[in-house]
Design a protein around this ligand. Structure first.
Ligand code: HEM
Length: 287
């Protein structure tokens, strides 16, 4: 992030040299991520007061927004938004991977599917952290980014299915036994809590708070990263693209200052809301 600031502030010139930028995420991917985290924050902010309805903050929040009925209404609205975002993502995977047979969607160095290198990177990273070896070099997605992705993907299926089973209980009761309809509340509630704890602690730390990105990695907002960041964070991807002669295809313009500032405001607001919800969850859970 400091590098982004320097470049945006002086119009692209760093120490007299033109800093190069590279695209990491497309506009559609950035928009989808924005919808995803907005809906998730909304679901967490409305789900938690339902789960911890006995706490003073949940009651105050409920009376502020028009009661628990209103909270449930907003929860369902955010759920519909999240479901649409998830379906758009599934359609993109299907179109690129199955219809267009794009290489690297389901397997290989650009895929989200874990492979043997991820296992080696995990072990190598742990060894590096305790000073027993060199730092591994990462490809397009590091092992922890794949882990975060699949945690959300899997969570979406479990939370989504259990949520809709509660929402449309009379319909699901036609083919689910009674005990299963009771179980979906427990599954939804526990998985929702797990998702909140995971996103607001592990995902935040992995993505934004680790030394390489602190205090915030803005690439998912701006879509681009500087050459210096690219080389440093995803050395193997950078070298592979250079070897294949594809690096130039990814060259982009520096993000405009307004986008950098806007990303900071949105990003820090999301992180602040997430951390407040995390503290409320932990305090309610352990009290
Ligand atoms: C497609 C997604 C989702 C749907 C359809 C959905 C739907 C629902 C419904 C119908 C309820 C019960 C409301 C009532 O009491 O009438 C509920 C409760 C809840 N939801 Fe969701 N939800 C979804 C996603 C999420 C997510 C992503 C989270 C976490 C971030 C979450 C957290 C919760 C929590 C904590 C409760 C309260 C459970 C309890 O009372 O113990 N939900 N949800």
């Amino acid at each position: 992030m400091p590098d982004l600031e320097r470049v945006a502030d002086d119009g692209g010139a760093v120490s007299g040299m033109k800093a190069r930028f590279f695209t990491r995420f497309t506009r559609e991917q950035r928009y989808l991520h924005a919808v995803l985290f907005t809906a998730f924050l909304g679901l967490a902010a409305t789900g938690l007061p339902m789960r911890f309805a006995q706490t003073p903050w949940a009651r105050r929040f409920a009376s502020g927004v028009g009661g628990f009925g209103a909270i449930i209404f907003f929860h369902k609205m955010f759920a519909v938004v999240l479901t649409i975002a998830f379906l758009i993502h599934l359609k993109e995977i299907f179109t690129r991977g199955v219809l267009h047979r794009e290489k690297g969607i389901f397997w290989g160095s650009t895929s989200m599917v874990a492979n043997w290198k991820d296992v080696k990177d995990l072990v190598g990273h742990l060894r590096w952290m305790v000073g027993l070896g060199p730092k591994p070099q990462f490809e397009r997605y590091a092992y922890w980014e794949k882990f975060d992705y699949w945690a959300v993907f899997w969570g979406m299926l479990v939370i989504g299915f259990s949520g809709y089973a509660m929402w449309f209980a009379p319909f699901f009761a036609r083919f689910l036994p009674g005990w299963a309809l009771n179980a979906v509340l427990v599954v939804h509630s526990e998985e929702g809590l797990l998702a909140i704890l995971f996103i607001f602690s592990i995902h935040f730390v992995n993505t934004h708070l680790r030394p390489d990105s602190f205090p915030m990695d803005m690439v998912v907002f701006t879509g681009v990263e500087s050459e210096e960041e690219f080389k440093h964070k995803r050395t193997q991807e950078y070298e592979r693209l250079a070897k294949e002669g594809k690096l130039e295809q990814r060259v982009a313009t520096a993000p405009p200052l307004w986008l950098v500032n806007f990303s900071k405001v949105v990003g820090f607001t999301a992180i602040a809301i997430g951390l407040i919800l995390l503290v409320l969850t932990l305090s309610a859970y352990f009290s």
